[in-house]
Structures are given as C-alpha cells and as structure tokens.
Design a protein around this ligand. Structure first.
Ligand code: ATR
Length: 308
C-alpha cells in the first residue's frame, strides 16, 4: 500500500513542500505520495477526519488553517499548544497529533542568520498571524528581552501579546501602532527584524519603506517565493544581513518528515529539490542571501557562517 501525506491549505499550488517532501520519500525508499489538498475552511474538518485512514502518515497544514485545525486533532505537542497553531499532523495509531515544527524550524534558521554573532536580545516582528505566532514563541523561549510587534490591525498584535502574557512574563513584549515614525524609532533600537506578514509575496511590494532600514540589522523575511523579496533587496542595499524563509521551510519540513516516518530526513536531498524548484519556478530572480551565500552586506568578521 502506498502511504499518503497531504498538504492542507488554501491555496496550496504555490507551495514548494510537495516537491521537497516527495524527493525525501523517494530518496529514503519510503513508499509514500505527497498530495496538495486545496481545501476551504468549510471542508477542513472532513479533510482532517480523512487522515484517520490507515494509508495516511500525516499532513502538513498551511495558510489559512494552522489555527483552525487545533480543535480537530486529538493531542497537541507543547509548541502547538503554546502557539495555538499546528503545521504538522502525525498519527499515533488512530490518534492525530498536532505539532508545530515552525517553532524549531524558525530557531534553526535564526541560528544560521545570526551565525558567529551573539544572539540578539531585541527584535521587531511584523505581523500577527499564524507565522508570527511561531516566530514570537521562538523568540520568547530563546531568551529575547524585548520584542515589539507591528501589525496592520493593531488589535491582533495586542491579542498576541495577551496570548503570550504568561510565557513572556520575564520580558518586554508589546504591540505598537504601525506608524512609520514609531517603526523607525523601534528599528533604530533593535538588532533583528522579522517579516511574518504576507506582504512581499507579490514582487515589488514591501511592508517597510527602504529608507527606514538602518544598516547592520539582521533581517529575516519568512517569504521564500520570490526568493528575494523587495524588503530583502532593500535591506541588502542598506548593508543589512538578510535571509529569506527557505531555511525555515527546509528545517520545518525535515522535522515533519521525521515525525511521519521516524527516520532522519535526507536534508541535502530536500535542499537540492528546493534549489531545483526555485530555479524552475522563478525565472530571473537571483537568490542573494547573506548567511548562506554572502550578500557582501556585512563586514567580513561579522558575516555569519551557516551552522553545521
Ligand atoms: P500567516 O499564517 O502566513 O501568518 P495569516 O495568519 O493570514 O497568514 O497572517 C497574515 C499576516 O500578514 C497578518 O499579520 C496580516 O495583517 P492583519 O492581521 O492586519 O490582517 C498581514 N498582512 C496581510 N496583508 C497585509 C498588507 N497588505 N499590509 C500589511 N499587513 C498585511
């Protein structure tokens, strides 16, 4: 019997997860097929119920269902419980387990972005959706001291501050109104900027005007398609060290694979497949990432080296 793993989202066609996971199954000799399920919210419960069938190893869950899927599984891991978001479902017998591998995936990517520098203690996070939840919980548990959330709708940022009230009681976590003067003042005080909004998926669109970016900032944009968003182009031009969302995609994907199969993920194969998908899918957009490829933006002694 060929096993099945699915990506549940809406839309899903843009995702690189299918190619990456299928290549991993094939390389590991696992008889499994990764399918893309485009499902509206009204069909989500039925889609999750279907995963209880014997042929399913589990699923990935993506936009906009990561939060809606929480009450539909039987048990949540600590990261999923804390974030209130699930991006992986695995099975234990008949039971469905909800995980959040975006949290360790983001931490692994952040480690690579920071490289040999000291882990910063201050950050500005743009966005208050599902992706921002994972980013914030990572920063809280990583020991950040001050994190400021900017979101188009301030009340959602404030709701996230309340959500993390207890886990963030040791630190200064706050939401601020998205005004350029406030953003500029906060960016001048911080070391790390994370874009967890979907602005940037459309080429040329950016959440922050280029002139607000100070030099020497570490900038992570969770957008990976296009590989170099306008924000990252502007940040590299401002001599910031930049990274797109591909590392986080890769790392969360490797952890997903391990949860479904119980085997170590063939991470080089997955990276090679991402390279191939990027080259095939995105004509003429060169990838120019700081830590992995060297933007030339950082001073030589500050250039982070990818972790082993
Ligand atoms: P994800 O799971 O990728 O985080 P999401 O939960 O739909 O997706 O969240 C999308 C994020 O991008 C939100 O923070 C959203 O801001 P609002 O909460 O104010 O809607 C942000 N976003 C989307 N489009 C935006 C835009 N045009 N300008 C600013 N922020 C935007």
């Amino acid at each position: 019997m060929t096993n099945r793993v699915v990506l549940i989202g809406h839309p899903v066609a843009h995702s690189f997860s299918g190619a990456m996971q299928q290549a991993a199954f094939d390389a590991a000799g696992i008889d499994a097929r990764y399918e893309l399920w485009d499902r509206r919210q009204i069909d989500l419960a039925a889609a999750v119920a279907e995963l209880r069938g014997d042929e399913f190893l589990g699923a990935n869950v993506t936009v906009p269902h990561k939060e809606h899927v929480v009450p539909l599984v039987d048990r949540l891991t600590e990261d999923a419980q804390a974030t209130g978001a699930v991006n992986v479902i695995s099975r234990e017998g008949k039971k469905l387990i909800g995980h959040n591998t975006d949290v360790p995936g983001f931490k692994a990517a952040l480690d690579k972005l920071v490289g040999r520098q000291k882990m910063p203690r201050n950050a500005v996070v743009l966005g208050a959706g599902g992706a921002a939840r994972a980013v914030l919980f990572s920063l809280i548990t990583e020991g950040f001291q001050r994190v400021v959330i900017f979101n188009r709708h301030l009340h959602k940022g404030e709701a996230l501050v309340r959500h993390y009230g207890r886990s963030a009681s040791h630190m200064d976590l706050r939401a601020m109104p998205w005004h350029e003067s406030v953003l500029e003042a906060e960016l001048a005080k911080t070391k790390l900027l994370v874009n967890a909004t979907s602005v940037g998926l459309t080429p040329g669109e950016t959440p922050i005007p280029a002139e607000l970016l100070p030099p020497d900032l570490l900038v992570m944009d969770l957008v990976y398609n296009p590989p170099q968003s306008q924000l990252l182009k502007d940040a590299a031009a401002a001599r910031c060290v930049v990274m797109n969302g591909e590392q986080m995609l890769l790392q969360q994907g490797a952890l997903s694979f391990e949860l479904w199969t119980g085997k170590a993920a063939p991470i080089e194969v997955m990276q090679a497949e991402l390279d191939r998908a990027r080259e095939q899918g995105l004509v003429g957009e060169p990838i120019d990432m700081g830590p992995a490829d060297g933007t030339g933006a950082a001073e030589p002694d500050q250039t982070p080296t990818p972790a082993a």
